[in-house]
Ligand binder design. Sequence first.
Ligand SMILES: *[C@@H]1O[C@H](CO)[C@@H](O)[C@H](O)[C@H]1NC(C)=O
Ligand SMILES: *[C@@H]1O[C@H](CO)[C@@H](O)[C@H](O)[C@H]1NC(C)=O
Ligand SMILES: *[C@@H]1O[C@H](CO)[C@@H](O)[C@H](O)[C@H]1NC(C)=O
Ligand SMILES: *[C@@H]1O[C@H](CO)[C@@H](O)[C@H](O)[C@H]1NC(C)=O
Length: 399
Amino acid sequence: MMTSKGLYNLWLSQYWKFILLALLVASSAILFFECYWQAQSPESQEISLGSIEKLEGVDEADVDSAPNLDTTTTISTSRANPTGLTANLRPKNGTTNLTVNLVMATLLNDDISWTENIKIPNLNIIRYVSDDMNAQYHPPVPIKGHEALIYHTYMHDFYDDLPDITIFTHADDTSWHVDAILNSSMAFSLSHLDLEQVLLKQYFNLRVAWAVGCPDWINTTKGPGDSTKAEEPYMYEAFSENFNTTPPEILGGPCCSQFAATRDAIRRHPQSQYRRSMDWLMLTDWTDYISGRVWEHMWAWLFKGEAVDCAVEWKSYCTMYHICFGLESRNRVNSLEKEKKRLKRDGVLGELMGLLRGQEAQRRLDEIDAIMAAELENALEIGKSEVARANVLSDLYGS
Ligand SMILES: *[C@@H]1O[C@H](CO)[C@@H](O)[C@H](O)[C@H]1NC(C)=O
Ligand SMILES: *[C@@H]1O[C@H](CO)[C@@H](O)[C@H](O)[C@H]1NC(C)=O
Ligand SMILES: *[C@@H]1O[C@H](CO)[C@@H](O)[C@H](O)[C@H]1NC(C)=O
Ligand SMILES: *[C@@H]1O[C@H](CO)[C@@H](O)[C@H](O)[C@H]1NC(C)=O
C-alpha cells in the first residue's frame, strides 16, 4: 500500500514537472517560430548579394509581393499621359529583331540554370560574379555595393556596345522581389514582358507591386531621428553625390533593383556618369546594405529623370506583361492575396497549436493557389487580344 501510494505520489509530481516542462518547451517553440517567421519575412531576405552581412536598421514589417489591385488606386504624379493609351497599344512589330542582354548580379555559388526557361529570342546572358575576380565579368572590387556596382560597371564597360534593351536581374528565379501575379517567377516575367513596350517606356521596373516603394516612399529631407527606413536618412547625400544636383523631396518606385532599360535610356548620360557612380560605390564607407539600397530609389531618376515612377498596378500588368484582369477578377485576386497572407501567418502557429488547424490552413492555401492559377490563365488569355487590352485599359481612363 505504502509503496504504491508513494509511487503514485512520485508519478504525480513527475507528471506535473513534465507538464511544466512541456509548457516551457511549447512556449519557447512558439517564440522561436515567431522569430523565425520574422527572420523569413521579405525585408530580411532582401540581400541576395553579399548576404553574409546582417540586416541593419529597422524596416517596415508589412511587406509582401502581393500587388494592390484596388480599383481606387490612381496614377501618381507625372505618370499620367493623355496620349499614352494610343502609344501603349501600338501593335507588336513581329518583324523587328531586338537585341537583348540579360545582366545578372550573382555570386559564384548561385544556380542560374532557370534562365534556360526565359523565352526571349537570342537572349544574351552576361553573368557578373561578385565574389570571383577571375570570372569573365566581375565588378572592380569583390562583394561591394550589392547589385548596384555590377549594374554601373556593365553600363560603363558596355557603353559603346549596348543592345536595344538590357535587362538587369539578381540570381534568383523566385524571390519575394518578384510579384506573385507574375507567378513569383523571373523566368515567367521575362517570357511575358512586352519588349516593344519597354522600348517605348525606355525604363521599366520589372516589379509592379507598390509595397515597399510607392508612391511617396522616400522623403529625402528626413534625418535619422524621424525615419523608420534604414536608408532614408542617407538618401539626400547619396543623391547629391551621385548626380551632383539637389535631390527632389520625394522619391518613389517599385522596389528591388530589377529592371529593363533601353540603349537610349542608358545613353541619356555620358559614360562618365557610370564611372562616377562606380567610384562612389567603391569609395563609400557606408555598409553595402545602405549603399546598395539607396540605389533602389534612384534608378527612375537615372534613366528617366523622374523622381516618382509608380504606374497603376493592374494597368501595368496588362500593358507590360499582357496579364489583363477584369474588374471582378481584380477584386477576387486582391482579397485572396490578403487571405493567403493571413493564412500563412496563422498556419505556422496553427501547426504548433493543433495539427488540425495547420492542415485546414494548408488546404485553404492550396485552394487559393488553384483559384489564382486559374485567374492567371484567364488574364493571360484576355491579354492575348490587342482589342481586349485596349478595352481593359480604356475603362481606367474612363473612370
Ligand atoms: C513598328 O513598325 C511601325 C510601322 O512599320 C514603325 O512606325 C514603328 O516605329 C515600329 N516600332 C518599333 C518599336 O520598332
Ligand atoms: C531576325 O531574326 C531572324 C531569326 O533569328 C533572322 O532569320 C532574320 O534574318 C532577322 N532579321 C533581321 C532584319 O535582322
Ligand atoms: C506558374 O508556376 C508553376 C510552377 O511553380 C507552373 O506549374 C505553372 O505552369 C506556371 N503558370 C503559368 C501560367 O505559367
Ligand atoms: C518630408 O519630411 C519633412 C520633415 O520630416 C516634412 O516636413 C515634409 O512635410 C515631408 N514632405 C512630404 C511631401 O511629405
